[in-house]
Design a protein around this ligand. Structure first.
Ligand code: SF4
Length: 159
């Protein structure tokens, strides 16, 4: 099973926010760290805020932060939410498959899909940044904040 780019990016954003840094990152800084376009990252951040997993803090020291629910979130639950519950094969597409009414393979694929999600259920966002991932993330994040030090951090926005 292949995750959509949106889901993959959401997990990357959550991992970046799960590592503690001296300053909360902005959406632009997260995008730069992960080497993905700002517009994609902004859409993902908006969805994660809607899910209550990320919050934007304004003012001095402002930026994006993981909520307690975001830190404890199950990766399996999150992937289910973002991927939806559609079949891995489009049996009912524009030209429906003639086997779809009695297909053993279709049932097996559904079970395989559920097993995929279930394998991710015990994993939390917090657990994703255990070493070596967390230290690596901190290392590659530091360079992106060099232009945001000093007085300019007053009134800092989350984007
Ligand atoms: S063979 Fe089965 S799983 Fe494949 S498209 Fe047809 S109904 Fe769906």
């Amino acid at each position: 099973m292949r995750l959509t780019r949106f889901t993959d990016l959401a997990l990357r954003v959550l991992m970046r926010l799960a590592v503690e840094s001296t300053e909360l990152p902005t959406t632009r800084e997260v995008a730069a760290t992960m080497e993905v376009p700002y517009t994609h990252t902004a859409k993902v951040v908006a969805r994660l805020q809607h899910l209550g997993l990320v919050e934007a803090r304004r003012g001095r020291g402002g930026g994006l932060a993981l909520t307690p629910a975001g830190r404890a979130a199950s990766v399996g639950g999150l992937v289910r939410d973002l991927e939806g519950d559609g079949d891995v094969v489009d049996c009912d597409g524009t030209v429906p498959c003639p086997l779809r009414g009695a297909c053993v393979l279709r049932g097996a694929l559904r079970r395989a899909q559920e097993a995929f999600f279930a394998a991710l259920d015990p994993l939390t966002v917090d657990a994703l940044v255990a070493a070596p991932t967390g230290p690596l993330l901190l290392g590659i994040s530091g360079g992106n904040r060099s232009g945001s030090e000093g007085p300019a951090t007053e009134g800092r926005m989350a984007d």
